[in-house]
Design a protein around this ligand. Structure first.
Ligand code: GRF
Length: 213
């Protein structure tokens, strides 16, 4: 399975996927890294791993359709049949998302369907939730929506700043994104009626209470 990873910045989730593919945990190959920003740090990570990169600057296109058409063409040309969105900060057109239905996944730093969209850490703190986390899901045309593959939970602490919560969640992201891609690459994932089924998975049987009783 040849995968394209779309990024816009730091690329720490990209790195977790690169590492998982390199050490054999994920039976897939990252065939292309696409960034809409020429200065994305993730491009350096790809270079260091010897992965081809493409910069497709959205500012060079007048419409989303034009931009997405180039994304699509570039991905296919590289022989990639699957897309991982990893901090890609552009909203994709409905057409693009439909074309890649069940072949494109995203990671979001909240427990979806709670707190989709930007500033989700600040909004989680403001809402006073005691538990938050991260979600890997198949993409659907609505932002940060679609069948959920893996979630990881972390506590929200009383004195949390946005940065502190983001850092705690990022650790979880780096564990669940490689896990989700591994399950897909192993052919263990099916989507039926918008619910993900995982063959042979062991599920947590218990609960987390925060604060402790
Ligand atoms: C991550 O928190 C991801 O969940 C969100 O954007 C951030 C990207 O970080 N969609 P990185 O570029 O992977 O380091």
């Amino acid at each position: 399975m040849k995968v394209a990873v779309f990024i816009s910045g730091r690329g720490s989730n990209l790195q977790s996927l690169i590492d998982g593919c390199a050490d054999g945990t994920i039976p897939a190959e990252i065939g292309l890294v696409v960034s809409n920003r020429p200065d994305a740090q993730g491009l350096t990570r790809a270079d260091q791993a010897g992965i081809p990169t493409a910069v497709i600057d959205h500012k060079a296109y007048t419409t989303r359709d034009d931009f997405d058409a180039v994304l699509d063409r570039t991905t296919r040309k590289a022989g990639c049949t699957f897309i991982c969105l990893a901090g890609f900060m552009r909203i994709l057109t409905e057409q693009f998302v439909r074309n890649w239905r069940d072949r494109m996944i995203n990671i979001h730093p909240a427990l979806l369907p709670a707190f989709p969209g930007i500033n989700c850490h600040a909004r989680a703190i403001e809402a006073g939730v005691r538990i938050s986390g991260a979600t890997v899901h198949f993409s659907r045309p609505e932002l940060d929506a679609g069948p959920i593959i893996v979630q990881g939970a972390v506590p929200v602490l009383p004195d949390d700043t946005e940065d502190a919560l983001a850092a705690r969640i990022l650790d979880v992201e780096h564990r669940i994104y490689p896990l989700a891609l591994k399950l897909i690459a192993q052919g263990r994932i099916t989507v039926r009626n918008e619910i993900v089924r995982i063959d042979d998975a062991e599920f947590v049987d218990g609960f987390m209470i925060n604060p402790l009783p």
